[in-house]
Ligand binder design. Structure first.
Ligand code: GTP
Length: 482
């Protein structure tokens, strides 16, 4: 069961409970049974599911609840916090500190995504102003250094490795690399290590030796999300050789080869490793360098249940829109009279937020935008930008004054299809309607516009649904109005 399906099943169970006329013991039991079924289908251990049900029933004790309590809310909160408990080992990981040099060693089986993840980790820190460097201490796989070099070059990150594979001792390469970058005052030195297809004694011995030689501040274990229940043994084996302090789960996008069998299982299997109880700190959500997200339990469970992840969205927004420019955009939105220019800026923000589905799924749940459509959606948003440019060039960018001939001229001028102009105008109409909503605008003015922007983007994203619009009918509608 993929993650989105699991989230969908749990959300449906909660929705049925919320829809019940009276919430009693039977409704609670039906809801919990549905959730149990979904978790068991997702391969979560029976014992864990049983404990979770027992805890939920203890929290939602109908006999003890004073009259007037919102039972629906209490049940929902109990389920949410129990799901969080499954994933949270309750121990934070070491976090590299600015202006100090930290050495981070990556370990994991071959093909888990270790090399790719090292670069993603370095890149994500570089974006935040760090000065990272990459060391390839994998001397056993032919091509390992070339792969790291290629990734590092693309990301403009300094790298070190055994040129032409002349040095075959991984410990020596690791030590030389760390020393080189310490001298160069890099503040985050990331060491990629060898992997093997299977858990082998030689691999663990090598990890132990490298770790002893470079004394990393943090060892990150990289794990492929498609391995299911094997996660437990794998994590335990690495943990017994090196002091694993954090985990990164890769291929959470569900489009990796083999597919995500049960990412949720992997998550809790790992956190079940009593020896470390190390937290998952990041997840890999694609092959590209920016398809990488900080992992926080609460936002993850929120998204799993389709409740959105506002804080993750704000983080992404902070990466692409300078904080001092945000109030301006939010203020413009809150004034209640959106212009094409504001819509243009909004689209640019969405496009800049890395993978577009990633940004939007933070707000609308994992299954909101199918990952496979990323290119299509991005092209669509880019098309809207071209059309908006064309409208401005037309000399009249007021969407309210569009008639049939103007629409056709704009489409021709931008090299786009007529129905796209109509979709865009429909999007504008929705944005304008949204901005008439007084409570929404109040929300925008409070909390720096958080709730409001979320809603506005929700409306904008529903442009995807415009595709069903009947082109001719809409043209007539627009024409009639003018
Ligand atoms: N879809 C998807 N693919 C990923 C992700 N992370 C890594 N990959 C892909 O997984 C494959 C293996 O990644 P590598 O980085 O070469 O794996 P590795 O663990 O370093 O392998 P060795 O160096 O052989 O030990 C590559 O095709 C990556 O592009 C991810 O989050 N999502």
């Amino acid at each position: 069961m993929v993650l989105a399906e699991l989230g969908g099943s749990i959300s449906r169970a909660l929705q049925q409970m919320r829809n019940a006329t009276v919430v009693d013991e039977k409704v609670l039991n039906d809801c919990l049974n549905e959730i149990n079924r979904a978790l068991l289908q997702a391969d979560v251990q029976f014992q864990l599911v049983r404990d979770m049900t027992r805890n939920n029933k203890n929290i939602v004790n109908f006999g003890d609840l004073p009259a007037g309590h919102n039972k629906r809310k209490i049940i929902q909160q109990a389920v949410f916090s129990e799901l969080c408990k499954i994933l949270d080992p309750g121990r934070p990981s070491f976090t590299p500190k600015r202006r100090e040099t930290s050495v981070v060693m990556f370990v994991g089986l071959q093909g888990s995504g270790k090399t790719t993840t090292c670069t993603k980790y370095a890149y994500c820190h570089k974006q935040k102003g760090w000065n990272p460097a990459l060391v390839c201490a994998d001397t056993s796989r032919a091509g390992a250094f070339d792969q790291l070099k290629q990734n590092a070059t693309k990301a403009k990150i300094p790298f070190f490795g055994s040129i032409n594979y002349a040095e075959s001792d991984p410990v020596k390469v690791a030590v030389d690399g760390v020393e080189t970058f310490k001298k160069e005052k890099c503040d985050l030195i990331i060491v990629d290590t060898s992997g093997r297809h299977r858990q082998e004694a030689a691999l663990f011995e090598e990890m132990r030796q490298v770790s002893e030689a470079i004394k990393p501040d943090l060892v990150i274990f990289v794990m492929d999300s498609s391995i299911g229940q094997a996660a437990f043994d794998q994590a335990l084996a690495f943990t017994q050789s090196v002091a694993v302090g954090a985990v990164i789960v890769t291929k959470m996008d569900g489009h990796a080869k083999g597919g995500v069998q049960s990412s949720f299982t992997v998550m809790w299997e790992y956190t079940e490793v009593a020896a470390t109880k190390s937290p998952v700190t990041f997840i890999g959500t694609g092959e590209h360098i920016d398809e990488f997200e900080v992992f926080d339990v609460k936002p993850f469970v929120s998204r799993l249940l389709g409740m959105g992840d506002w804080s993750g969205f704000m983080d992404k927004l902070n990466e692409v829109v300078l904080t001092d420019q945000q109030p301006e955009l939010l203020q413009k939105l809150s004034q209640g009279k959106p212009t094409l220019r504001i819509m243009y800026e909004l689209f640019q923000c969405i496009l800049k937020m890395g993978p577009i589905g990633q940004g939007l799924s933070m707000l609308f749940g994992a299954d909101f935008l199918p990952k496979g459509n990323e290119k299509e959606i991005r092209a669509k948003f880019n098309g809207y930008l071209t059309l908006m440019d064309s409208m401005t060039n037309e000399g009249n960018s007021n969407p309210k004054l569009m008639n049939q001939s103007r629409i056709m001229r704009i489409a021709r001028g931008a090299g786009r299809r007529v129905h796209e102009v109509i979709e865009l105008l429909e999007g504008y109409k929705r944005l304008a309607n949204t901005s008439k909503n007084k409570s929404l605008m109040k929300g925008l003015n409070q909390m720096g516009g958080a709730g409001g922007l979320q809603n506005i983007i929700k409306h904008m994203s529903s442009i995807r649904a415009f595709n069903h619009l009947e082109t001719r009918g809409s043209i007539l509608q627009v024409t009639k109005k003018n």
